[in-house]
Design a protein around this ligand. Structure first.
Ligand code: GDP
Ligand code: MG
Length: 295
């Protein structure tokens, strides 16, 4: 049947601003990760899934690796390291505009066994001699199995990149159906948009007691609309009452406002289904926090 089907998990690794989100968005044809001129927009790992006839690549978009300075930084590094050893392939992205520099991530790469391809992005911005020189410098690092120059913004050399990724992956299952483009446990950005509306519209102790989980997100067949199911978690019945409001009016407002933002973020129509649940002391219970993906 589908004997030629290949699949695997691929981590996109690279400093902030080198174009990880741009590449992901180009491949997925949709805005999944936020693209920004400001470094560090991607605070959480976002999973994007590329599915073709004979190939499925599950991308992990990690936060940029750099020396940890804060608690949050340390947490990010932990997540990133995990993402390096538990995957089938690493794409290490650098920008052709950045001068060659051995960075902190190189030390991580030297010490792991996962195959790593170097992707030099933004080649639309440099002359070919410059690019050739840069490639020479990166060649001295044997942990890069191949070096692939691309432009994520203009889609240059992306078919070659996909072909090289495919070579490194093994025959495997289609982990996700085609219409699922993100793994919602990681869909932090959408949950943040919903949480933001809750903060805007509630008062007293409610805002601090709120956490939002995305349960499911699925494209309809026409691909023009996405159904999103989310649960808003509060700590007390009284907070649930406030959040739902009289005749459900407040929750409805949260939904309307969040839907607008999510629609412009995803670039398509959204059907947003919100639930409110009570979980006592969710902030204090580590186990629950773990379930929620905070650790
Ligand atoms: P990330 O932090 O690694 O996710 O980087 P982003 O994807 O947010 O990109 C950072 C900036 O670089 C944005 O302004 C992008 O438009 C720009 N960029 C990304 N890829 C390319 C490319 O191939 N060529 C050019 N010229 N700019 C790019
Ligand atoms: Mg990014």
């Amino acid at each position: 049947m589908h004997n030629n089907f290949k699949s695997g998990f691929v981590t996109l690794l690279g400093k902030p601003n080198v174009g990880k989100s741009t590449l992901l968005n180009f491949l997925l044809k949709r805005k999944v990760a936020i693209v920004s001129d400001k470094p560090q927009t991607t605070r959480h790992k976002i999973l994007g899934i590329y599915t073709a006839k004979d190939l499925q690549i599950v991308f992990l978009d990690t936060p940029g690796i750099h020396k940890p300075h804060s608690k949050l930084g340390t947490l990010l590094i932990k997540t990133a390291k995990k993402a390096l050893i538990e995957v089938d392939l690493i794409l290490f992205l650098v920008s052709a505009l950045d001068a060659f520099k051995e960075n902190y991530a190189f030390n991580l790469l030297k010490n792991i066994k996962t195959t790593c391809l170097l992707v030099i992005n933004k080649i639309d911005k440099v002359a070919s001699e410059e690019l050739a020189q840069l490639i020479e410098k990166y060649r001295q690092f044997s942990f890069f199995k191949k070096i692939i120059p691309i432009s994520a913004l203009y889609g240059q050399n992306i078919p070659v990149l996909l072909e090289e990724i495919k070579k490194e992956l093994k025959p495997g299952p289609k982990y996700y159906e085609e219409d699922i483009i993100t793994d919602l446990k990681d869909d932090f950005l959408i949950s943040e948009l919903i949480r933001e509306k809750v903060l805007e519209l509630t008062y007293d102790e409610v805002p601090h007691a709120v956490n939002v989980l995305i349960d499911e997100m699925r494209f309809r067949e026409t691909k023009e609309m996405v159904d999103i199911y989310a649960t808003i978690i509060v700590e007390k019945e009284s907070q649930k009452g406030i959040l739902i409001g009289k005749k459900g009016e407040l929750l409805k407002q949260v939904g309307i406002k969040a839907r607008k933002d999510i629609e412009s973020f995803l670039g398509c129509k959204v059907y947003l289904n919100l639930w409110v649940k009570v979980k006592k002391n969710w902030r204090n219970e580590e186990k629950i926090l773990k379930d929620f993906g905070f650790f």
